[in-house]
Design a protein around this ligand. Structure first.
Ligand SMILES: Nc1nc2c(c(=O)[nH]1)N[C@H]1C(S)=C(S)[C@@H](COP(=O)(O)O)O[C@H]1N2
Ligand SMILES: [Mo]
Length: 302
């Protein structure tokens, strides 16, 4: 088979599993050293009414807001999420719409390991070994109709198990989207595992998206719906703070966040005195994905 993407990473580059799982504590230690917060004014005001933690605290450590905005909430509550049975609705501009049991989908897919860089918009990064299959294979199974241009994704809404959804911190469900060619790219993964194990609930069980050349928030967790459409779908962070988070959100060291530089990043697990590392264009996947954006002004389409 022709090599459709290059992997310059090996297990030697992988962020140690314990560091990945305890990122919140590690980031807590870095907080005074300039880890940027994610929030914008509106969301910050909204969140302050709901939670005792400051905006910078919650956004730096918490990356699954459905479980709450407190920094320990995902680890406290995510274990109660029921991930079996799990159904994904595939609808919109597809030949075979329907409610697909996850087990049936997985029986048709080949799970492989992909070691990818993962770059959060908050300027920290890790190297993660994912287990999953290409989204393209799932879309092929669904049969994409002519005229479809985008893929929209939705996370589960189940406030009984996801207590953060009792508050309008974000407009639930968490939604994300890709252009169809981005979704069909061989790097775009649907992950069901990390570090060779079933993906933990707090990391998006039982199935999540991984788009390694985009900022981490595009990699939507615990997906229950995938819709093919001809219109650019709304995305959660863009709806919340549109001037800070665009639809594309490609990792780009030359386009700064309005409130901090994206030129460098802190490697989680590198130790607090490790020098920051230069952020790579498209997170190091430029050769594979730059062609998707030829002729586009990446400042305008950020
Ligand atoms: N549904 C949902 N997906 C989500 C999020 C979220 O809050 N809800 N957080 C995003 C953010 S900000 C990041 S950085 C990554 C973190 O994934 P990880 O916790 O597995 O590292 O998930 C992304 N996907
Ligand atoms: Mo993030």
């Amino acid at each position: 088979m022709a090599k459709r993407w290059t992997n310059d990473l090996t297990h030697a580059d992988v962020t140690p599993e314990s560091v990945y799982m305890n990122r919140r504590q590690i980031l807590a230690g870095l907080a005074g050293l300039g880890v940027a917060g994610l929030g914008g004014a509106n969301a910050a005001q909204a969140s302050q009414k709901l939670v005792p933690d400051s905006w910078d605290v919650i956004t730096s450590y918490n990356n699954f807001y459905e479980f709450g905005t407190g920094k320990e909430d995902p680890s406290k509550y995510a274990h109660s999420l029921t991930t079996d049975p799990w159904t994904i609705k595939i609808d919109g501009m597809v030949e075979n719409p329907g409610d697909y049991a996850l087990g049936d989908i997985l029986s048709k897919m080949t799970i492989e390991e992909r070691i990818y860089r993962f770059r959060c918009v908050e300027a920290w990064s890790m190297v993660v070994p994912w287990n999953g299959f290409e989204l393209a294979d799932l879309l092929q199974m669904a049969g994409v109709k002519d005229g479809a241009k985008y893929v929209a994704f939705e996370t589960l809404v189940r406030p009984e198990e996801m207590p953060g959804q009792k508050y309008p911190f974000l407009d639930w469900p968490y939604v994300e989207g890709l252009r169809l060619d981005e979704a069909m790219h061989p790097l775009t993964l649907m992950a069901t595992g990390i570090y060779g194990k079933t993906i933990p609930n707090q990391n998006g069980a039982p199935i999540r998206l991984v788009v390694p050349w985009k900022y981490g928030f595009k990699s939507i967790k615990s997906i229950v719906r995938i819709t093919l459409t001809d219109k650019e779908p709304p995305t959660s962070w863009n709806k919340a703070i549109s001037n800070e988070y665009g639809f594309y959100s490609n990792v780009n060291p030359t386009v700064d966040h309005p409130r901090w530089s994206q030129a460098t990043e802190r490697t989680i697990g590198g130790g607090i005195f490790a020098p920051r590392k230069d952020t790579l264009m498209f997170n190091g996947y430029e050769e594979e994905v730059a062609g998707l954006y030829e002729g586009m002004d990446l400042r305008k389409f950020f």
